[in-house]
Design a protein around this ligand. Structure first.
Ligand code: ADP
Length: 624
């Protein structure tokens, strides 16, 4: 039975201490009165009977007188006997009969019995006394009227020498009613006194029981409140006795439980807060592997809701039931990798397990810490890819340079027609490698954050125009060389737009985009360069009518070494790092770079930079 049920169970009133004490007290009183009463009444009865018997005995004077009268019968004997009997003054004696040795009644005390005188007695007891000369006493109860009698039959003995001769007997019948009435009266008084004492005792007992049970009742109420979690109440301490000490102990207990509860609650909140703000996911299970705690991060990593997974097996929630049993996790020292990746979404977690062990060594469950290693894995993969890319990118030109040098070495240097061509290719490849290594160094500097930007407020219209002028000149030269015709169209805002940029690096970015536009427009066409203000941003765009970029490659166009057509790019001296560097530079300038493209129709590259308000003073400040 739980403590709640136990508390709910009401005490049976008959079993309460209050009633028990009161009843015990009353029963004790009754028992004492009973025993004392019985002994007292019994003693009283015995004493009264003894006195009664003594009083009903024949006095020696009467006895001697009757013996002398009976020993010498005379004519007036009956009269003399009557006189003697009449002299006996005892209210309790009802009848006295004097019987001669033959059993003839010679005298009777009461007038009603006069006619018996001269008759022979029918009483066998008298006859027996006359016969054996011994006194006989007995008590009689008259069933019809419920009266009690005491009967004494005393032989009258005449002594001559050593011989006793029975000269008659005296029959005395006395009423015991007076004795019994007296005893009954005393018993009644005693019973009444007992009853009154018992009632008073009961009241006293209730009062005493109340003083004991009231504090107990209060303590019971307080402990019930503590069990319910209400620690506000205090038990009243009534005195310095054991109950007072118990009440003080209950009050102490209440404070201690409250403090313990508060610190447990604070600990739980702290743990909750730690778990909530942890960057790792945490799960805890009971000893059967069913989840008892899961923090928000773990829910987010596993894509589950807390209420759905509480009580479920950790094996199912982590999706590792096929590979591991719960026992394996308990014994697992190393972490396990959980791959939750699906189409288009990569997620790899590492799970570390540790046992929750009690001081006794009993295993109470398992804690699992989930660490999201997706990013780490991606970085590792990219790093490996990057090293492999760099090696590959350098090996290709080196191999071709080596083969040209070998050819020259083997005699081609003597051939005036191929030797200059071979040397030119070798130089081009070497230049490209140097460019690539410079690009890589630039990227590495930007990665490590050691690049210093020379920021200045620049008129973007002027800078863009200046760069495009250069390209115009270059295109004009190319067209003389009968390359496909390309025109550059400018659509600029009339007002000048200003932005804070590092002029060299920004020029490098636009150069790169323009070079690409020219490079990847093999059939010529128009390159439209726009400059606009959009909100607080300066937006530059370069739209060509060239090859365009396949949709699937659009997301990767700014990745290092990414090229849609590797052979073509390489043939045109590309390194595949230009757009990656451009992106890094623009991000350093707090801008954005993106592309839209339709394969076969052309691409548009956009650059957006935070625009700056130009004020006259700015330049003065610069020059100052
Ligand atoms: P690369 O040195 O190869 O030009 P970039 O980083 O500048 O390297 O460009 C990466 C790739 O993006 C190019 O190889 C090319 O496939 C594609 N690309 C860039 N600009 C354009 C463009 N204007 N039209 C079509 N493809 C382009």
């Amino acid at each position: 039975m739980s403590w709640k049920e136990r508390i709910k169970q009401r005490t049976n009133p008959l079993r309460s201490i209050y009633v028990k004490i009161a009843f015990s007290f009353v029963l004790l009183l009754l028992l004492i009165f009973q025993i004392v009463g019985i002994i007292f009444v019994q003693q009283l009865k015995t004493d009264n009977l003894k006195t009664f018997k003594q009083r009903t005995e024949l006095s020696s004077y009467v006895e001697n007188t009757l013996v002398s009268v009976m020993s010498h019968p005379t004519k007036d004997m009956d009269a003399r006997i009557h006189k003697v009997i009449a002299g006996i003054n005892n209210d309790n004696i009802m009848t006295i009969q004097v019987v001669d040795p033959k059993g003839v009644i010679r005298g009777v005390s009461n007038t009603d019995g006069r006619n018996l005188v001269g008759q022979k007695t029918t009483d066998n007891d008298i006859k027996r006394v006359l016969y054996d000369g011994k006194t006989d006493t007995k008590m009689l109860v008259n069933r019809s009227d419920n009266h009690r009698y005491y009967v004494t039959i005393t032989p009258l003995l005449s002594t001559t020498g050593n011989t006793n001769t029975v000269v008659g007997a005296v029959y005395i019948r006395a009423s015991l009613d007076a004795v019994y009435n007296a005893v009954n009266n005393v018993t009644m008084i005693f019973a009444t006194a007992s009853l009154i004492a018992t009632v008073v005792g009961l009241l006293l007992a209730l009062l005493i029981a109340r003083t004991i049970t009231q504090p107990i009742e209060e303590m019971k109420r307080q402990t019930t409140r503590i069990a319910r979690g209400d620690y506000s109440g205090r038990v009243k301490v009534y005195g310095n006795d054991e109950l007072g000490e118990l009440a003080t102990a209950v009050n102490d207990l209440s404070v201690r439980v409250e403090n313990a509860q508060a610190s447990t609650e604070a600990e739980r909140r702290r743990l909750d807060s730690v778990l909530t703000h942890m960057s790792d996911g945490v799960l805890a299970t009971d000893r059967r592997g069913l989840i008892t705690i899961i923090n928000d991060k773990a829910c987010a990593l596993l894509g589950v809701a807390e209420h759905d997974v509480i009580g479920k097996s950790i094996l199912d929630v982590l999706g590792i039931r096929g590979q591991y049993a719960f026992r394996d996790l308990l014994e697992k020292q190393d972490e396990i990798k959980i791959n939750l990746s699906d189409d288009g979404h990569e997620q790899i977690l590492k799970a570390f397990f540790s046992l929750i062990q009690q001081q006794t060594g009993y295993t109470a469950g398992l804690v699992c810490v989930l660490h999201d290693v997706t990013e780490q894995q991606r970085v590792d993969r990219e790093r490996r890819q990057f090293v492999s890319n760099v090696s590959h990118e350098l090996r290709t030109p080196l191999t071709s340079v080596r083969s040209y040098i070998e050819a020259l070495n083997e005699g081609a240097w003597k051939d005036p027609e191929v030797a200059p061509e071979f040397l030119r290719v070798t130089q081009d490849e070497t230049d490209r490698m140097i460019r690539m290594i410079n690009d890589l160094l630039n990227l590495s500097r930007m990665d490590s954050g050691t690049v210093k930007l020379e920021l200045e407020l620049v008129n973007i219209n002027e800078l863009f125009s200046y760069i495009l002028d250069r390209f115009d000149m270059m295109l004009a030269k190319n067209q003389e060389a009968r390359e496909p015709q390309l025109t550059i169209k400018r659509e600029f805002t009339t007002t000048s737009l200003w932005a804070e940029v590092d002029q060299d690096k920004f020029t490098q970015v636009i150069d790169n985009i323009m070079t690409n536009a020219v490079k990847y427009s093999p059939d010529g066409g128009t390159i439209t360069c726009r400059l606009q203000q959009q909100g607080n941003n300066v937006v530059l765009s370069v739209a060509d009518q060239g090859l365009g970029i396949p949709k699937k490659d659009l997301d990767h166009i700014f990745d290092r070494f990414f090229r849609v057509d590797k052979a073509r790019s390489r043939a045109q001296g590309g390194t595949g790092l230009g757009l990656a560097i451009s992106k890094e530079v623009i991000e350093l300038l707090h801008g954005k770079i993106w592309v839209t493209s339709t394969e076969g129709k052309g691409s548009t590259f956009f650059i957006s930079l935070p625009s700056e308000e130009y004020e006259e003073g700015d330049l003065w400040d610069e020059n100052a």
